[in-house]
Design a protein around this ligand. Structure first.
Ligand code: AMP
Length: 113
């Protein structure tokens, strides 16, 4: 199987602005930010999307969310922030490797477009 974009970033084959890393996850700045702070947090082990996660992934998914909150704290998003997971075409997914968007630094409208 060919590597996903985010696996290539994790392997340092493609450069990215890394804001956090541990054994299981990586957090990078989004290349096309939609807010003053826009970070992507993803597991190093590729899960294509949340709809394809299995019970075996439950610890990884918990870790992913906890680290997203930790990154938000590190980036000092005192006014609040939003975590987003896009799933499938209608959800706006463009990279088939599960990732959480962390958006902050401005007021975010609801509902999203
Ligand atoms: P999604 O549309 O939810 O699949 O999110 C994919 C995100 O990856 C988009 O916000 C893109 O701007 C971002 N992206 C694509 N290529 C790169 C890259 N090389 N480095 C950082 N972010 C990227």
């Amino acid at each position: 199987m060919s590597q996903t974009l985010f696996e290539k970033i994790a392997a340092r084959e493609i450069s990215a602005q890394i804001v956090f890393e541990d054994d299981l996850v990586l957090a990078i700045r989004d290349i096309n930010p939609q807010a003053p702070t826009h970070v992507l947090i993803f597991p190093k082990r590729a899960v294509p999307r949340i709809a394809e996660a299995t019970p075996d992934d439950h610890k990884l998914l918990g870790h992913l969310l906890l680290k997203a909150a930790e990154v938000a704290k590190k980036l000092d998003l005192k006014g609040g922030y939003r975590l987003v997971i896009n799933n499938g075409v209608d959800g706006g997914e463009t990279v088939p490797h599960l990732h959480v968007h962390l958006l902050g630094g401005r007021h975010l409208a609801w509902p999203p477009g």
